[in-house]
Design a protein around this ligand. Structure first.
Ligand SMILES: [Zn+2]
Length: 96
């Protein structure tokens, strides 16, 4: 039997994601990246609208656990990409 917990943390379904978003980023939240208020009631995926940012990026093993998620503007979140918010480790080379 395949065990889902052995692989990367599965993406939550749309409904679960909405629930998480409401919990992580309730109305009145401040974007943790630019420290400005997040706007609600905008069209979906609006750059000033709410999103969940992964403190540890998914590409680096970050999970959808509540503690790994912070409120952010959708625009700030996508601009950040997968930059790591944890204390930077010395880098020897860039992969681009
Ligand atoms: Zn922001």
């Amino acid at each position: 039997m395949p065990n889902r917990h052995n692989g990367p943390d599965p993406e939550p379904s749309g409904r679960e994601r909405q629930r998480l978003l409401a919990e992580v980023c309730p109305p009145g939240s401040i974007c943790h990246l630019c420290k400005e208020p997040i706007e609600f009631g905008l069209r979906r995926w609006h750059p000033r609208g709410p999103s969940m940012d992964h403190l540890r990026p998914r590409s680096k093993g970050g999970t959808w656990d509540r503690w790994n998620l912070a409120p952010a503007h959708y625009g700030c979140n996508s601009a950040r990409g997968n930059a790591d918010l944890e204390p930077p480790k010395p880098k020897r080379s860039r992969r681009w």
